[in-house]
Design a protein around this ligand. Structure first.
Ligand SMILES: Cc1ncc(COP(=O)(O)O)c(C=O)c1O
Length: 418
């Protein structure tokens, strides 16, 4: 886990500077120990009901991280056929994967059926489509429980403004479609949002899902999705996970007692498991001032970590070359050709932050970047995606090569001759 030695940041016991020298920058670094710690923390917090955990692969699909989670006994929550294909390639069994697409088409559903991967449908149209493709089969449904939550309005996936799921009021229509296609409803699912740090809305949604679930008599499981948040800002308190786990377990057991038989609980954490394991390292390339800001420019940008620009999300920035020093209020910027390409963003624009003695050539560390970081990266401005490295037991291993010019142009037939 990260610490400081000689005023330099360590990641998994290795100097960030040494990693940057060996693998170059920008560089994503993941600490295996942190992934295992978080995966186990969830398991321990819900121990009373021993849920099946499906890691939400969308949060980070690096196969090396997926292998760690497979080893921790996790399954996979997949949202697209390629996510399914990757999970199977990494060695997850088809039954360990649950496909929850949205606005999926017949090809998506057919692929899952061919692979033997269970499907969780998110609309009445999809339920009907699934019924036609697999009459007499089993399926689960994603419910919109009328409640949503999340760290930004774009990530709220429940409630009347959300495109996800079958509204909980549509029960009769669901029952009709199940009967028409002789489908068995094996599970009820919901996922109300991401980055949630308060338990009240999660519990409220849980109540509505359980109330909905009661109407269906063939259930094998109830899936409460992911959404477990981590604190990004220094003033944020962590999710009271032990308390949440105990309370959800208590309510689930009481539901099963009423239902008349034990059901399995499923959970689909993404962010909670990998966010804190990841750090994006970038080199300071420039420092310049305007009457309003002192800008510290780097060799990365929103093409590698888009969360600040997309959501005004906060990532702690540490000067890995001089962790402590005279603090300067600066805006940390990227090398992308857009004025919004700033890492220290607030909802209403650029926000200055205290950073210790930044100098050109220093290495900056953007913390808690393991979830929805690299997976949301792009090749904008023809900047390649960074390399990724996994640190464990004091050793570092390359787990994704840095992209090259050839990677960026390989799909242009006009350049085949190059
Ligand atoms: C269906 C589903 N399950 C799980 C997750 C994981 O959410 P989180 O990373 O907040 O745990 C998501 C994220 O969007 C999702 O859509």
């Amino acid at each position: 886990m990260s610490a400081v030695r000689d005023n330099r940041l360590l990641l998994g016991g290795i100097e960030a500077e040494a990693l940057a020298r060996e693998f170059g920058t920008p560089l994503y670094v993941y600490e295996e120990e942190v992934i295992r710690r978080q995966a186990r923390l969830l398991r321990e917090s819900f121990a009373e009901v021993a849920p099946e955990f499906h890691f939400a692969l969308k949060a980070n699909f690096n196969p090396a991280l997926l292998a760690i989670l497979r080893d921790e006994g996790y399954g996979i929550d997949a949202v697209s056929p390629f996510e399914v294909q990757l999970a199977l390639a990494v060695g997850f069994a088809p039954r360990q994967v649950l496909f929850t697409g949205n606005n999926t088409d017949e090809r998506d559903l057919r692929y899952c059926l061919e692979q033997g991967v269970p499907v969780n449908v998110g609309s009445l149209v999809e339920l009907e489509r699934y019924g036609r493709l697999n009459p007499g089969g089993a399926v689960s449904i994603r419910i919109n429980p009328d409640v949503g939550a999340g760290h930004h309005r774009h990530v709220i996936t429940g409630g009347p403004h959300s495109k996800f799921g079958i509204y909980f009021t549509e029960r009769e229509r669901v029952l009709t479609l199940l009967a028409e296609h002789r489908l068995t409803l094996s599970g009820v699912h919901s996922h109300i949002g991401t980055g949630i740090l308060q338990t009240a809305l999660m519990l409220e949604a849980m109540e509505i899902i359980l109330r909905t679930a009661r109407a269906f008599r063939d259930l094998q499981f109830v899936d409460f999705g992911g959404g477990f948040g981590v604190p990004y800002r220094p003033e944020q308190a962590p999710l009271p996970l032990a308390e949440l786990g105990r309370e959800m377990a208590r309510r689930f057991k009481s539901f099963c007692a009423d239902y008349g038989r034990p059901l399995r609980m499923k959970l689909e954490p993404g962010r909670f498991v990998v966010a804190q394991s990841g750090t994006l390292l970038a080199r300071v390339t420039n420092i310049s001032s305007t009457p309003a800001h002192r800008f510290v420019g780097t060799d990365s940008g929103f093409n590698h970590l888009i969360r600040p620009v997309l959501y005004g999300a906060y990532h702690e920035v540490v000067n890995a070359s001089a962790v402590e020093g005279t603090l300067e209020n600066v805006a940390v910027a990227g090398n992308i050709c857009e004025s919004g390409d700033v890492f220290t963003h607030a909802d209403d624009g650029i926000a200055d932050r205290p950073l210790s003695a930044p100098q050109v050539g220093h290495l900056l560390a953007f913390r808690d970047a393991g979830a929805y970081g690299m997976v949301l990266s792009s090749q904008y401005n023809m900047r390649p995606r960074p390399a990724e490295v996994l640190v464990a037991g004091g050793r570092a291993r390359l787990i994704r090569r840095r992209e090259t010019f050839a990677d960026l142009v390989r799909n242009f037939p006009d350049l085949d001759a190059l």
